[in-house]
Write a protein that binds this ligand. Structure first.
Ligand code: AMP
Length: 207
């Protein structure tokens, strides 16, 4: 199975990807994680991406498409994966069509107000990468590790990321709806990740 996880930043794509990976054994490809890993290792790709990430802007299409093209070429034709954070523009979606056939695109619906609230308190474990909220935990609930706040999870950057989502990524909803691939999930209204995951599993079992 080859899936795209679509939704605003903070909609819970990464959290759901981890649950889907556990359940379906699908590889998880997150472009944001690849950029952050590159940045940690101070590679030219990471340093280029940082300028855009810090401003809440998108890394240019050509850079992202080259990186994703290389990553996807590592998969055998019968291997499944989920793309999290890619595509984010129509040009990227058109590029993806030249690389692979998709089985579905899961859209995580959530309001802007809920996103801002959620991202302002989002924290990530330094040791295992688990994502949680500072409103609930001050240590990682899964391994006890120390939590940190992503550089781009400040209110100003969150607002630009949301604006970018509405302007550049939202057109993908109709792009995939037109192709009969869109599967919509309510990821807001304070629902717990486990509840959203139940909805995801239902959708995937009908697919
Ligand atoms: P994420 O972890 O998915 O929220 O991504 C963090 C940041 O990485 C985004 O705000 C962008 O600056 C950059 N990024 C990740 N994926 C893409 C993409 N598909 N196209 C352009 N920029 C991206």
């Amino acid at each position: 199975m080859r899936l795209v996880l679509l939704g605003a930043p903070g909609a819970g794509k990464g959290t759901q990807a981890a649950l889907i990976k556990e359940h379906h054994g699908l590889a998880h490809v997150s472009t944001g994680d690849i950029f952050r890993e590159n940045l940690k290792n101070k590679t030219p790709l990471g340093l280029e991406a940082k300028k855009y990430m810090d401003a809440g802007q998108l890394v240019p299409d050509e850079t992202v498409m080259k990186m994703v093209g290389e990553k996807l070429s590592e998969f055998k034709p019968d291997e499944g994966f989920m793309l999290d954070g890619f595509p984010r523009t129509v040009a990227q979606a058109e590029f993806l069509e030249t690389q692979t056939k998709l089985d579905g695109v899961i859209l995580f619906n959530i309001s802007d107000e809920e996103i801002v609230k959620r991202l302002s308190s989002r924290a990530v474990c330094k040791d295992c990468g688990n994502v949680t909220s500072r409103l609930i935990n001050d240590k990682c609930p899964s391994c006890g590790g120390e939590l940190y706040t992503r550089d781009d999870d400040n209110e100003e950057t969150i607002r630009s990321r949301l604006k970018v989502f509405h302007e550049q990524t939202e057109p993908l909803i109709n792009f995939y709806r037109d192709r009969g691939l869109l599967l919509e999930v309510d990821a807001g209204h304070g629902q717990k990740p486990e509840k959203v995951f139940e909805l995801v599993l239902k959708l995937l079992s009908h697919d």
